[in-house]
Design a protein around this ligand. Structure first.
Ligand SMILES: *[C@@H]1O[C@H](CO)[C@@H](O)[C@H](O)[C@H]1NC(C)=O
Ligand SMILES: *[C@@H]1O[C@H](CO)[C@@H](O)[C@H](O)[C@H]1NC(C)=O
Ligand SMILES: *[C@@H]1O[C@H](CO)[C@@H](O)[C@H](O)[C@H]1NC(C)=O
Length: 218
């Protein structure tokens, strides 16, 4: 009985909060986790497909804003006080849609990494579909803070209007590393481990991560 009323109270409280600030709360809906974990599974093969099948030091030309790292997210959060997570998540989809398109564009039809990348893109689209469905449409019409809007405009700028100094040359593997790391940071609820909670937005987590891969848990 006590437990029941507690949870009713808790639900009521959550519901109240939700009504007050449906946009500000923006938790990752649980439905997002299945497609994101599937994406994570694909991304675990990125070294094989994005490094081994490409020439040494091969790079792709991308917008400066497409070099979207965990540190970029932290910087944006500092610049824009109380920046809505949902806005960063929207930006993540926008950035990585462009990144995947650029990677696919450099691969000839029969490139050995092409099926992998096509599958990755299709899984990304699945996640995007769930993302769009699980939020009210108004959320996507919400005005963006100025700095985010600037970034967004730069991402969608016509290539011939982008100044040479604004291009970056980045390896496909490195683009997918950023893709994977920022996904963990922005959708951390879906990647909570069974052990102590990890801070995926902490840049040093990813530096240590390399070594950990060599010593998988038994
Ligand atoms: C995500 O993929 C990594 C391998 O790259 C794996 O260690 C981790 O357990 C995966 N996370 C989830 C939640 O599936
Ligand atoms: C690749 O880049 C590294 C670091 O810039 C350089 O030392 C190396 O010689 C390059 N390798 C080739 C094959 O160009
Ligand atoms: C957008 O691009 C312009 C021109 O390259 C640059 O000056 C500006 O800093 C960029 N804005 C953002 C937010 O990256």
């Amino acid at each position: 009985m006590v437990q029941l009323s507690n949870s009713v109270y808790l639900l009521g409280g959550l519901f109240g909060l939700f009504l007050l600030s449906p946009v500000l709360m923006a938790p990752t809906p649980a439905s997002m986790c299945t497609p994101l974990k599937t994406l994570n599974d694909s991304l675990s093969h990125r070294r094989r497909y994005m490094k081994h099948n490409f020439p040494i030091n091969y790079t792709i030309r991308v917008h400066r804003e497409e070099v979207f790292k965990v540190s970029s997210i932290n910087r944006m959060r500092l610049q824009e006080d109380g920046l809505d997570e949902l806005i960063l998540q929207r930006l993540w989809f926008q950035v990585n849609q462009g990144v995947l398109k650029k990677i696919i564009r450099v691969m000839p039809e029969r490139h050995p990494s092409r099926p992998y990348t096509a599958e990755l893109e299709s899984r990304f689209r699945d996640a995007e579909g769930v993302f769009v469905q699980s939020h009210p449409a108004e959320v996507f019409q919400q005005e963006l803070p100025e700095s985010v809007q600037d970034t967004w405009d730069n991402l969608t700028e016509e290539p011939d209007r982008v100044p040479e100094s604004s291009w970056r040359y980045v390896s496909p593997k490195s683009l997918l590393d950023n893709f994977c790391q920022t996904m963990h940071c922005l959708f951390s609820e879906c990647f909570a481990g069974t052990e102590a909670p990890q801070d995926y937005c902490d840049v040093s987590y990813w530096r240590k991560g390399r070594k950990k891969d060599l010593h998988p848990e038994s």
